[in-house]
Design a protein around this ligand. Sequence first.
Ligand code: MF3
Ligand code: CO
Length: 256
Amino acid sequence: MIEILSPPQIDRARATGALVATILRTLKERATVGTNLLDIDRWAKEMILQGGAESCYVDYAPSFGRGPFGHYICTAVNDAVLHGLPHDYSLRDGDLLTLDLAVLKNGVAADSAISFIVGEARPAQSVELIEATERALAAGIAAAGPQARIGDIAHAIETVLTEAGYPINTEFGGHGIGSTMHQDPHVPNTGRPGRGYALRPGLLLALEPWVMADTDELAIDEDGWTLRSSTGCRTAHSEHTIAITDDGAEILTLPL
Ligand code: MF3
Ligand code: CO
């Protein structure tokens, strides 16, 4: 189902998006050398509840995972890229951490992911991976608007990732979002301009380019959730929720 939100609903989506962004920014500051992924999960839970929201993840049991997720945030380290299940691991200097968070507040969901490097080290390949996904996300957002189609966004994302030299896995991409986290339309990370669903004001989309340095093949962890690169290479993921407006697109998951 594709939802078109009313102006009051979009106002509520702005509040949800700001909460997601603020939680992610706070967790990024707290995620230092020695921080345990389970602490990050606990802090996420506390801030979600404190913010008057509920988790989109804790009871979520989609076909691509084993049973309910049971946690409040996705934490993916290094070769882990999507659906990272928090576990007992203490972060090290130079780890590449992806945090992916979606919450529901006042009936509207927002979803965002950030990748960053923990500590002082700046491994060049990791910096490049992160920057490529951020550039791809920016290009996807720039391509979005009331005159655009899904294929325009998908093609913009694909172009940046391909020019950066990364293979693209097409099993997971972005999605519509609204009263629930995952809705139609699907927003692939590859596509053809002018194809696909025509965007319209009031549509909310989560755009989420993600890459693996040297492969397009995923491997599932024994935990039944965490998706890793099949080669063990590093990975990155950047996601924003946007609203299609009368004259372009508004990013909802920026800190206030
Ligand atoms: N937020 C993720 C996305 O970007 C989905 C995570 S689902 C979970 O679509 F169950 F793994 F949390
Ligand atoms: Co998403």
